[in-house]
Ligand binder design. Sequence first.
Ligand SMILES: [Zn+2]
Length: 113
Amino acid sequence: MNINCDVSCDVIMDLVAVYKDGFASDDTRNLVRTHLRACPDCRQLYAGYHVAEGIRPADCPPPAASIAPDYSALARHMHRKHMLSTAAMLSVIAVSSAVGVWSIIRLVTGDED
Ligand SMILES: [Zn+2]
């Protein structure tokens, strides 16, 4: 089926990955090719897609030392956060247990003010 319809540039950019990977149907390939021939904006984005695809991790410079994460500080922060949440949970359990015991004692002794 060959339906001529206008599609937005956003739709074409969604389809470009499928088109580029070779998984597009004949109709999608024709649609993308037709649009790319007619639309300079999408042609430019498509050209950028090729450039970005060629970038290898080895081509990227390592992060500057000033922005490298301090993993030991992160580990200390996470440990402190874990300990605080554990202490809060134990406090809730202790208070709940105390209230339960107090209620049982009042029930057994018949002390109901
Ligand atoms: Zn376009």
